[in-house]
Design a protein around this ligand. Sequence first.
Ligand SMILES: [Zn+2]
Length: 535
Amino acid sequence: MVRWDVNPIYMTKYIKSIFFCTCLFWAFTAKAQDNATYIKAGKLFDSENGQYVSDQVIKITRNRIAQVGSDIEIPTDARLIDLSAYTVLPGLIDGHTHLMTLDDLNDETPMSDKLLYEGDALRVLRGASRAKSWLESGFTTVRDLGDSGAFLDVALKKAINEGTTVGPRMFVSGPIIISEGGQVPGLLHSQRDVIEDEYTIIRNVDDAINAVRLHLTYGADLIKICANNTPNVTSLTIDEMKAIVKMARRYNVKVTAHATDDLAVWEAVTAGVDGIEHGYQISDTTLTLMAKKGVALIPTDISKPLFHKLYDITDFQWDREKNMKRAKDRYTDRLQRAIKAGVTIVTGSDNYLDLEMPQGEAAKNILIAYEEEGMTPSQILRSSTYLSAKFMDKEEELGVIKQGAFADLIAVKGDVENDFANTLFNVVLVMKDGYIYVDTEDFVKEIRVSDAVLRSYEGDYELNPELTISIDKYGDHLMARSKSQGDFEFYPKSDTTFYAKDVNLQISFNLNAEGVVESFTLLSGGEESVAPKQQ
Ligand SMILES: [Zn+2]
């Protein structure tokens, strides 16, 4: 993991500390200077249009994309990440996660084990670790849809946003709003309180109304309901769902519904939800209604590699190929009919099973599943970026690489159009909010200057008659000291040019024909001043 200092939170902290130590640095007024990062992209995915463009430059200022184009000039001393040999994609979005849940496939009582023995502290710590694996796999945003105790998802989201822990941007639902019994059939009646901690159980329309208010009070970004409670038999009524949707509209948040069969989907769509999660069985009539009402489908299908992994872990003895084919045929039929009907497909892994691999990697298999079911790589990538962001009303900031969007992007190695699966798992760079979290090829190299060269710059330099600056070697970089204006550390950009981290100051040493240092040029606030070296 590599963190790069282009984040505004860090900038603000730095700026504050600068104001405390020196009001005016070396008698120059600090003015905004180009502290941008430039990325050269060999191939860039235009997620809005589902097309690739070649040889683009992305200019990043702090945590946002400032400019994208083919004719952007890159300053010679700029921070440059050269991804000319790679494909750059917007950070992926997983629209259906349960970061706070992981079921052991061979544990016969996984749900009760989780609810009764895990506890909030351990659960969030485990969730944080999973969140990191999602980010490292290339998902810079997730929509976390419950199974996260009493608003533990809100806690994890806060911890990630403030930088306490590392993970994708989270948009969270809080507990699932659900009917009696939740998704835990067979629990003892005397133990039903356990379910109340995990879900928001509603028993009538009034409960439904208050549930939305309760969720928004405690920090939910969206509402997740269970139209039917698979694997439990109970379900919400249309009136209860309508009340939830009406309240959500009042507060301008979206409602998405777990619905597995056609009746549940139809009822949820009729009630006015924005998205259908799973939707394993949906009739053409219901799909037409979804398309007409602009309801998205989030198919949480299983890829063939994950089916095999699942069979291995559970030691499945039946005809695996036949079993897998039956499931895949059903998924494919439903997905193709949905696309044909004009339903928007939003990516969602629903990964909560321990498949003995990093959870983010398992989650990424959802993209493979869609390819197996007939979607093209660009359709899939568009769904996992732009369309997923649009579903959250965030397509100006997320899921796109364009001016004004967050600097959330990934780079992959390989031929993404013709070798989708392999390329997708060959992520070489992950940037979220301007920070780099994955850098497998050392794109961001620390520039090293030899001790001898650093020592050759040591000495006093007169910037003006009132201000002399002493330069000394300081570890692997330089320290600049002045009596009246304080000390600043300068790091190498090249053998002769050094910059002060997060302060808009740069010094370039000027050498004569014999290679002897004569002066340095200070660049501050866009103005240059030459300071001759004192003998
Ligand atoms: Zn789920």
